[in-house]
Design a protein around this ligand. Structure first.
Ligand code: UDP
Length: 329
């Protein structure tokens, strides 16, 4: 007997985390269907399943794709994700991340698609009163990007309750690294993230790293972040979908390793992994950066059975370095 494979509509599937999740979905026996406007996504990252180019705000296009493929569930990554840009151009973020998500939810409601895994963020917490951050930590975002993700979470919860859509909002901490097989990796344009910029500075393929803020109330004065490997994030999406199918109640779930690394720790890790110096200069704080973000991901471990494969910062940076050497050739 052949069992029909489930098709998963992956909005933003040509993105960094979206493409790694498509690889994980295919490995788990699902059929990913990428729906991406390719503004920031890369066609070359779509290697598992078909690509349908389209925007989440385009209801007619969404309808056509849903009616053609009949997806069983949605994984929703499509979003703008530059914090600085969200501060200078909030309308762009509310239009796309909030109104676009509303259009997607209405399409799901009307086509009776009743499973959703949403790409949320620790940016929804803002500056927490207590560490580590659990899912019960109050969400008080300090930039429009974080606010847009929180608003989307709220809409998802309301649609879930009203229209019997089971959902999981995965709140990622700092996604990092690349596919260990180097088929895909991090390729933002412009790149604003610490690890790829530190690697580019080390290899001489980019300018010196600018460290934003060295006067935080942290051990070495630079910000602490909880870096989690992108393939571990991808695996959690597959687990979340399976858990929903097994009746796990809709909820938010943090994804992080629970370790805080400072910006200077990352510089040191990049030096160790590459064997190259990382030239850097100290600069003022970047607007919208919380000093410390560290997760408590107990819920992911206990409810999803999630276990990171790469917890040391070296093992994460190694995959990013391998990808950059390949991608920069
Ligand atoms: N950061 C930095 N220089 C850079 C990019 C980032 O000092 O060129 C710092 C940033 O202030 C934050 C940390 O590195 O404390 C991680 O930043 P990233 O943009 O990678 O992720 P975010 O935490 O903003 O999601």
């Amino acid at each position: 007997m052949t069992v029909e494979k489930k098709t998963i509509l992956v909005t933003g599937g040509a993105s960094y985390i979206g493409s790694h999740t498509c690889k994980a979905l295919a490995a788990a026996g699902y059929v990913p269907l990428v729906y991406d406007n390719l503004i920031h996504g890369h066609q070359s990252a779509v290697q598992w399943g078909n690509l349908e180019q389209g925007d989440i705000a385009d209801r007619a296009r969404l309808n056509a794709v849903i009616e053609r493929y009949h997806p069983n569930a949605v994984m929703h990554f499509a979003a703008f994700a530059y914090i600085g840009e969200s501060v200078s151009d909030p309308g762009k973020y509310y239009r796309n991340n909030v109104a676009g998500t509303l259009t997607l939810l209405e399409a799901m409601r009307d086509h009776r698609i009743n499973r959703l895994v949403f790409s949320s963020s620790c940016a929804t917490y803002g500056i927490p009163d207590q560490l580590p951050i659990t899912e019960a930590t109050p969400q008080r975002p300090i930039n429009p990007y974080g606010a847009s993700k929180l608003m989307a979470e709220r809409m998802i919860a309301d649609f879930g309750a009203a229209h019997e859509i089971g959902w999981i909002a995965l709140r990622y901490f700092n996604a990092a690294g690349a596919d260990p097989d180097q088929e895909i990796g991090e390729a933002h344009d412009p790149e604003t993230h610490l690890i790829p910029l530190a690697i580019r500075a080390a290899s001489g393929r980019g300018p010196s790293l600018t460290i934003f803020g060295s006067d935080y109330d942290t051990p070495d004065g630079t910000c602490l972040r909880d870096y989690v490997h992108v393939s571990d994030l991808a695996a959690a999406h597959v687990l979340a979908l399976a858990a929903l199918d097994q009746g796990l109640p809709s909820q938010a779930i943090n994804l992080g390793n629970g370790d805080g690394y400072s910006v200077l720790d990352i510089v040191a890790a990049v030096k160790r992994v590459t064997g190259l110096d990382v030239p850097y200069c100290l600069a003022p704080r970047r607007h919208g950066d919380p000093p410390i973000l560290i997760s408590d991901a107990t819920r992911a471990r206990t409810l999803l059975g999630w276990a990171s494969q790469r917890t040391s910062i070296e093992s994460i940076v190694e995959t990013a370095w391998a990808w950059h050497q390949r991608a920069d050739r």
